[in-house]
Design a protein around this ligand. Structure first.
Ligand code: NAD
Length: 291
């Protein structure tokens, strides 16, 4: 017998979660602030819950996916809903900070509610696909027990720690790498624009350069993990070598009158490390100056 599941919040992501559950044959009940948004899901076979408390009461697994923790707290932190959730699994799939996840786990523990915090590393169209990843933190025993249900959302559910904040924290660590790449591309676009280079020519050079960047990032993370911050035989480029090339970028920005806010921040990190005598060290030594 498949467990009864309730999903609170049927926006873009919540609706994708419900569709994935229905596809796998889970009896699924839905509640949304604006009931009209549940109509397409009811047409697919979901049941409607009249209230959040009724949704919680009717299921053994309750999933919440709303805009943020403030909205989630307003829905869940009433005496009626807390009582209905007691003894059930609450799967918190709303995005939040690690601190919010830890505080929510403490609230759940006070009310006898089992909980896992999930960070969805996918857009709604990937939900249910073999490669879709959701990171979960909280008790490993709960993750193991409910893994069959979690597999409905995609083929790659990952338990990343007992600390309830660690799914959100890893989410942040991966997203900041994405923003680094996106802000990097914005600067590349600005350089090409200022120099009259068509963006198609920039795009054409990317595939050949990508392995160089990927290797440099992997090397950086590995060296920091191993504490190998000093320059050595395996160093790909020292701090000084990086900064010499980086200064050419700053010169181009000056020549073309580009806004130097973003590269200026990188330059401050380079200069702090060099002022402290790290010019010959590996780029990995900059880990002491970021964070
Ligand atoms: P959405 O705007 O489509 O849906 C938001 C949902 O929150 C709706 O169901 C809305 O009714 C509900 N909501 C908002 N405020 C509320 C309130 N005060 N009371 C009750 N309900 C309220 O957003 P979405 O894209 O579905 O995102 C939902 C969550 O999923 C967010 O935490 C988001 O960060 C996370 N997420 C989304 C994506 C994505 O690609 N869309 C990816 C990963 C994680």
């Amino acid at each position: 017998m498949k467990p009864e599941i309730s999903v609170i919040g049927t926006g873009r992501m919540g609706s994708a979660l419900v569709r994935a559950l229905l596809n796998q044959g889970y009896p699924t009940r839905v509640w949304n602030r604006t009931a009209e948004r549940t109509a397409p899901l009811l047409a697919l076979g979901a049941q409607a819950a009249r209230t959040v408390a009724a949704a919680a009461d009717a299921a053994s697994i309750v999933i919440i996916n709303v805009s943020d923790y403030a909205a989630s707290d307003r829905l869940l932190r009433t005496a009626e809903v807390e009582a209905a959730l007691r003894g059930r699994l609450l799967l918190q799939l709303t995005s939040g900070s690690p601190g919010q996840a830890r505080e929510a786990a403490a609230w759940a523990a006070r009310h006898g509610i089992d909980t896992l915090d999930g960070a969805i590393m996918a857009t709604p169209n990937f939900i249910g696909e073999p490669g879709a990843t959701i990171l979960y933190s909280g008790p490993a025993m709960l993750f193991a027990r409910h893994r069959p249900v979690l597999l409905a959302f995609g083929g790659n559910p990952q338990h990343v720690g007992e600390d309830p904040g660690h799914a959100s924290a890893l989410d942040a660590a991966l997203l900041v790498q994405m923003w680094g790449a996106l802000f990097g591309a914005l600067q590349g676009i600005a350089v090409c624009g200022a120099e009259g280079i068509p963006l198609a020519a920039y795009e054409a050079q990317m595939p050949a350069f990508k392995p160089v960047v990927d290797l440099a990032v992997a090397d950086l993370v590995g060296r920091v993990r191993q504490g190998r911050l000093a320059g050595d035989e395996a160093t790909l480029a020292s701090v000084g070598a990086h900064h010499a090339a980086f200064r050419q970028l700053l010169e181009l920005y000056r020549e073309r009158g580009l806004d130097g806010t973003v590269p200026g921040a990188f330059d401050r990190v380079f200069r702090a490390a060099i002022a402290a005598g790290h010019e010959a060290d590996d780029f990995a030594v900059l880990s002491r100056y970021v964070g």
